[in-house]
Design a protein around this ligand. Sequence first.
Ligand SMILES: [Zn+2]
Length: 408
Amino acid sequence: MKYRAAATALLLLLAPAAPARPPDAQWLAEAAAFGDELSPSQRLQIQQQLDQALTSAAVQSALPSRKADGLPRLQWPLRANPAGYFGYHGVSNFVDHDAAFPNHVRDYVCGSRTYDNAGGYNHGGTDYFIWPFPWRTMDAGDISIVAAAAGVIVLRSDGNPDRSCAMGDLPWNAVYIRHDDGSVAWYGHMKRDSVTARQPGERVEPGEYLGLVGSSGSSTGPHLHFELHDAAGRVVDPKNGACNAAPDLWQIAQPYEDPAINTLSLHAAEPQSLRCGLVDGQPVNEETYALHSVAPGQSFLAFAAFRDHRNGDISQFSILRPDGSVFTNWQYDLAEASLPRPFYAGTAWGWSQNLPADAPLGYWTFAADFHGRRYAVEFFVGSEAQARDAAVRRERAAATLLSPRRTR
Ligand SMILES: [Zn+2]
């Protein structure tokens, strides 16, 4: 990546004459600002389909006899299927509250984490992207979209290609749910053939599976576009801030900036970063070169993926031997990289490490402290055979050698 040389050089210049020089940070990837476009004509078409579907006998018979008062409170709309993620998402875009276009953007806190375009589209939802390794993680089906509120399925679409990496006039895979107050939630860009088998007229409860995160339709990468319309059909931003006086509808408030480490892992080589998960019409996923064990004397890359990473946020890393003693530690501030912007919704970094030939065998720990939270993963030092034996002794599958655990 183009910034790596600059980041490394700067760090070298600033490195103090300390006994143990910190490893050079390798800039590996920025999370692409995955977004979408629903053109005015597409939105009109969807709205017409929704209006028609709402009058169908199946949906009408499922609606409550009395409308509920007010918009529903919302639950977190995503779920990771396997345990093992500290975090798996970032937010690339909020709702655009500025009706003018293009280049007139204002999110709910009067910031600019949103977009519009010359075609008259003001972003109408919140985009939750997968991070890191979005294409691989999407392909694995790891991240589900779940209902944020109870309601009746009005419309669903599936069967459309799901590896879009550019805007275009393409149909998406989506589920639309009418809440009991008459508001409707749009869940878009789902993975092909992942949409719930539940049909229009069936009721879903909060947290119920709706589909998998994908990149169907006019989309630049795997993400959920979550959009809410009130009973009158107006776009509602469920988040409260200086530029949106409406109440915050999320049951657990999501801060505007939510800095965290999504993953810590070890790799034999620099993991790939792919802008697009489709090459010459064929699906491709990021090659991660993930390591399950490290041999004494081997070099590896200690990898961390961040969300909402800002200059001045210090992360403190350490690698601990099996007895808990410190093999090495270092700290990192995004500001050291002199990147063009002080804030990124997603970054990934690597630090080269070399294990000495006499490194003690057993379970080591790669840990990080960031924003008051401690993250740690275990890794095995030894041959792969020794790693397997150790795993058996611990009655654990070899595949879980990098099992993350979070401690405080
Ligand atoms: Zn969107």
